[in-house]
Design a protein around this ligand. Structure first.
Ligand code: GTP
Ligand code: MG
Length: 197
């Protein structure tokens, strides 16, 4: 799929203020700093489309981008982790939970995981939670340029093994690097397949 246009539309603070349209949406989520905005810029061929920052937590709103005048990318706020009343809970903002659980336009979620890290509790918990939602998801292992392909593969296998109930054979996985544009074709192909189904 060629990207002919990529235009920022709106930042919404919650599901109620999300655009009222029928365009299919593809959401990108992951820990702060995992490279969400960088991937969106890579996909769109526009460096400044989504704001990239060295400071985690820059994206706090649901940001909607219209692609090829027909479908949308949604840049979701990165999730964090907080201790709540002694028990640890996933601390993504409420609007993200609402969006992922209730948005009818949502067709697929790309969960970004830093390929350099051991399986992180927060990613494990989030993917486990997402597995209970109706929406299909793809795991995208980011920043692959920073290490050897063998290390990236080992990280993927370790992550897949760490999620109870996840079937490694049937879980779609994409390796990415926004630096050398790895994974761009695979992500767009996945979106295209979903759009045609
Ligand atoms: P928040 O919106 O703050 O949660 O972060 P984000 O997930 O949108 O991450 P962002 O795209 O802003 O990238 C965070 C940092 O990682 C920036 O310094 C990027 O330049 C860097 N980065 C992102 N992707 C890659 C990649 O594939 N390779 C390398 N080497 N650096 C990357
Ligand atoms: Mg961002």
């Amino acid at each position: 799929m060629q990207i002919k246009s990529a235009i920022f539309n709106v930042s919404a603070r919650d599901l109620a203020s999300a655009p009222n349209w029928h365009r299919p949406e593809f959401a990108f989520i992951g820990r702060s700093n995992v490279g969400k905005s960088s991937i969106i810029n890579m996909l769109s061929n526009k460096d400044g489309l989504a704001k990239v920052s060295a400071t985690p937590g820059k994206t706090q709103l649901l940001n909607f981008f219209v692609m090829n005048e027909s479908w949308c990318i949604v840049d979701l706020p990165g999730y964090g982790y907080a201790k709540v009343a002694k028990s640890e809970k996933i601390n993504f903002n409420e609007s993200v939970g609402d969006y992922l659980e209730q948005r009818e336009n949502l067709r697929q979620v790309f969960v970004l995981i830093d390929s350099r890290l051991e399986p992180q509790r927060i990613d494990i918990d989030f993917v486990t939670w997402l597995g209970g939602c109706r929406v299909p998801f793809t795991l995208v292992f980011t920043k692959a340029d920073k290490q050897s392909p063998a290390k990236t593969q080992a990280a993927i296998q370790a992550f897949l093994k760490s999620i109870p109930g996840l079937h490694p054979e049937t879980t779609p996985v994409i390796i990415s690097s926004s630096k050398d544009r790895t994974g761009r074709v695979a992500i767009l192909k996945s979106i295209e397949q979903e759009l045609q189904s």
